[in-house]
Design a binder for this molecule. Structure first.
Ligand SMILES: O=C(O)CCC(=O)C(=O)O
Length: 305
């Protein structure tokens, strides 16, 4: 266990093999299949809009789903995702990495489900969401199947969490994207693609550059989940606002007896109210009105994301 913490600290990431029990993953895969069949209303991470789940010509979900653990329109799938991201082994590993024996609350903030790789651009999470002071938010990437180069893989740039990113937090989104792009092109030899097996999990620091490659063989899936975690008490920051400890406390909801909590930051994209909104939107779309894809739920300041 000490090695896990040391590697995380030194390289900014650590891979933990075989951390998720097979039956939990199988339950989740079964529910993904059901969703593909039923095409429920979801909120996608790439478009930031409600839309009926869309599949490509290979029957793979096109876009990543934002906060699937918390969507009232896909409850059976949500439940299987919660069983994975809030499992005992994840709690124990996070406790080691966060390095505090007296943690009373491990909180999650934003999760995503991918059926295929969308080729996520290189970035650091801290520009979008982090603790304040920065660097105490941790991402976790869960492989739901064996993933190789052909599937499109998650990659990281080791040790970049030790660089000074301060000036990027003053930049516009475009400037930030170009800055990281330039860095990754100039340091291409350091890029490390991670080929994970079903059940493996990689944990990375919010200041580490990461992203994902596109599949090299069309039609190959890349079933994976991500979730981000922090410990309470901590202040939080996004590109558009800060959450003082008092506000964070108010927005935490207990998930299970393992002292996992969920941080509900936004009304439409993460709060329980969105279940109701999703149902209303689905009813409207069922009667033939075009809804969802036309509505961008982000506030003006967030639309730059
Ligand atoms: O899986 C991916 O394509 C990228 C995930 C990611 O960048 C994140 O969760 O921060």
């Amino acid at each position: 266990m000490n090695q896990i913490k040391e590697n995380y600290k030194k390289y900014g990431y650590v891979i933990c093999r075989n951390l998720i029990d097979d039956h939990l993953i199988e339950d989740c895969l079964k529910e993904i299949k059901n969703c593909i069949k039923n095409q429920p209303l979801v909120y996608t991470q790439s478009t930031h809009k409600w839309q009926n789940l869309e599949v490509d010509k290979f029957n793979l979900i096109k876009e990543s789903i934002l906060n699937p653990s918390n969507l009232g329109t896909i409850k059976p799938l949500s439940k299987t995702i919660k069983n994975i991201i809030y499992s005992q082994k994840i709690f124990d590993t996070l406790e080691v990495i966060f390095g505090n024996n007296n943690i009373t609350k491990i909180c999650s903030w934003q999760d995503m489900l991918f059926d295929r790789s969308t080729g996520t651009i290189p970035h650091i999470d801290s520009w979008y969401l982090d603790t304040f002071p920065r660097g105490n938010l941790l991402g976790a990437w869960f492989a739901l199947e064996n993933i190789r180069k052909e599937n499109g893989s998650f990659y990281i740039f080791p040790k970049t969490h030790t660089l000074d990113w301060q000036e990027t937090f003053e930049m516009s989104h475009n400037e930030f994207v170009n800055y990281i792009k330039k860095y990754t092109e100039e340091n291409f030899s350091q890029k490390k693609e991670l080929y994970l097996n079903k059940g493996d999990v990689v944990f990375w620091n919010s200041l580490l550059i990461h992203g994902s490659t596109k599949q090299t063989i069309e039609g190959l899936s890349r079933k994976s989940l991500t979730s981000h975690y922090f410990t309470f008490p901590n202040e939080l920051i996004t590109s558009s606002r800060k959450y003082p400890i008092k506000v964070v406390r108010k927005k935490l909801k207990k998930i299970n007896q393992r002292s996992f909590y969920r941080f509900y930051s936004k009304f439409f994209s993460t709060s329980s109210k969105r279940h109701l909104f999703g149902r209303i939107a689905q009813t409207i779309s069922n009667i033939g009105l075009k809804v969802g894809p036309m509505w961008d739920m982000r506030s003006k300041s967030e639309k730059k994301l």
